[in-house]
Write a protein that binds this ligand. Structure first.
Ligand code: DGL
Length: 269
């Protein structure tokens, strides 16, 4: 058994949204030390082109490795849609992303092979979910819907606002018309709207949250590789952001459900 205190899981996202993935990692692998980097200075990624997102992802990974990360989790869907393969080739360390775990689950549980995916423009335009799902079954129909207004609504804390419900309903309408049986939440921010999304899409549609799926994947990897964190005390987690504004801490608490001490990542970019 590799009782190795030097292993750390580095998680990056375009901002604080990736804390939904951290929340799952903390609950499923509580002993693992985490290093989080949120690129708040350059957020959002979801409206940027693939080359820019890839460049940022490489820089973010370098930063996490410089802080001691030995395993990388790309928590951002927009980055996961363009960067993982390149990161694996460049850095030669395990790189997890949030797309394939959701895909593996959806292909198992879809009943009619009609799958909806919601995400940022970058994620939906990459058609990554469609490509991955078609690797399992070409007959599955994948309907993507970009939902660009949802990220700012979540960051503003409008989680239960009437306006948010109306916008969610409008975004989901085409997916409802296509009679999807499963819906993937393809963005870090959407788990915070899961109840509204479930309500608007209807209770017969299964809603999949990639954050819990990627945490399961990492947990399995650690087990298969006999990596055990023998922490006598609580593991030390580190949270870095490339920009800290007056509302950052408040938003971070909303995503993580607990207070954290955040450091500015001066050397990141
Ligand atoms: N983290 C991004 C994602 O999951 C959402 C926020 C952004 O656009 O940067 O795609």
């Amino acid at each position: 058994m590799d009782i190795n205190q030097s292993h750390s899981i580095g998680v990056f996202d375009s901002g604080v949204g990736g804390l939904t993935v951290v929340k799952e990692l903390l609950s499923q692998i509580p002993d693992a030390p985490l290093i989080y980097f949120g690129d708040t200075a350059r957020t959002p990624y979801g409206i940027k082109g693939p080359d820019t997102i890839l460049r940022y992802s490489i820089e973010n990974t370098k930063f996490l490795i410089s802080k001691g990360a030995t395993i990388i989790v790309v928590a951002c869907n927009s980055a996961s849609s363009v960067a993982p393969e390149k990161l694996r080739n460049m850095f030669n360390i395990p790189v997890f992303e949030v797309i394939s775990p959701a895909v593996e689950l959806v292909v198992k549980i879809t009943t009619k092979g009609r799958i909806g995916v919601i995400g940022t423009r970058a994620t939906i335009e990459s058609r990554i979910y469609e490509k991955m799902i078609h690797n399992y079954n070409k007959d599955f129909k994948v309907i993507g819907q970009p939902c660009p207004l949802l990220v700012p609504l979540v960051e503003e804390g409008w989680l239960k606002a009437r306006e948010t419900k109306m916008i969610v309903r409008k975004y989901l309408r085409p997916l409802k018309q296509q009679q999807i049986d499963t819906l993937i939440l393809g963005c870090t921010h959407y788990p915070l709207l899961k109840d509204i999304i479930q309500q608007k899409i209807g209770k017969r549609v299964k809603v999949i949250d990639s954050s819990s799926e990627v945490a399961k994947k990492v947990k399995t990897y650690l087990k298969l590789n006999n990596i055990v964190f023998d922490n006598k005390e609580r593991p030390l987690h580190q949270f870095y952001l490339s920009d800290i504004s007056s509302v950052t801490k408040e938003i971070a608490i909303r995503f993580l459900g607990q207070k954290i001490s955040i450091k500015k990542a001066i050397s990141a970019l």
